[in-house]
Design a protein around this ligand. Structure first.
Ligand code: 5GP
Length: 213
């Protein structure tokens, strides 16, 4: 079922979904985007995984128990959710809808299964896939992060290959060779999306009506 927020209207925000394999640098790119695009709103996800060092509840994630997470699903408070490497991750629905209704753009940094669910609800969202320069570089980044066990690294790499295969479901693909370049590319995409004819048609419709009065 599609959402009640009509994303082809110029007075609504644009919903951007950023996916890419674990370790590709989505978090770093989002952090840099936050600095250079202060008007862009970030959706904070809920998860059942444990906080990593330095992560704060309500900032990086809303950290939940499995029971709490299940309740959020039952209360229809999740726009989407998915299981990823043994934990649940999901996007709180109301915050996304309220932000779009207020005319602000929002970015969701989520994995592929969740992104596809969002696409069903928001077919006019903008779906961007972040690629590593190479698979070897991806593995180096995951290992270098030093937060995952060997078993988790293996499973993240295996999920990564499956995720990259889903790239064709996305509208854009960006190589994260340099964070500032990746940011510039995403901002360029947003600029172009704001100029989409469909959004403008809605905006100028009342001009025609005024002139013909
Ligand atoms: P991490 O444990 O490294 O923070 O995240 C693991 C994966 O879960 C990443 O690919 C991240 O993009 C994804 N993820 C984070 N939040 C959400 C969410 O709300 N929904 C879904 N489907 N995936 C998420």
């Amino acid at each position: 079922m599609t959402s009640s927020v009509d994303l082809t209207r110029a007075d609504k925000g644009i919903l951007i979904v950023l996916s890419g394999p674990s370790g590709v640098g989505k978090g770093t790119v989002c952090k840099a985007l936050r600095e250079c695009s202060p008007d862009l709103v970030y959706s904070v996800s809920a998860t059942t995984r444990n906080p990593r060092e330095g992560e704060l509840d309500g900032v990086n994630y809303f950290f939940k128990t499995k029971d709490q997470f299940q309740q959020l699903i039952e209360q229809d408070q999740m726009l989407e959710w998915a299981e990823y490497v043994g934990n649940y991750y999901g996007t709180p629905r109301k915050f996304v809808e309220d932000t779009l209704n207020s005319g602000k753009d929002i970015i969701l940094e989520i994995e592929v299964q969740g992104a596809l669910k969002v696409k069903q609800k928001f077919p006019h969202g903008v779906f961007i896939f972040l690629l590593p320069p190479s698979l070897t570089e991806l593995e180096n980044r995951i290992v270098g992060r030093g937060t995952d066990s060997e078993e988790t690294i293996r499973s993240r790499m295996s999920v990564a290959v499956d995720e990259i295969a889903m790239m064709e479901q996305y509208d854009y693909a960006i190589v994260n060779d340099q964070v500032d370049l990746a940011c510039t590319r995403i901002r360029s995409i947003l600029t172009a999306e704001h100029c989409r004819k469909d959004r403008m048609v809605n905006k100028i419709q009342h001009w025609m009506a005024e002139v013909k009065k």
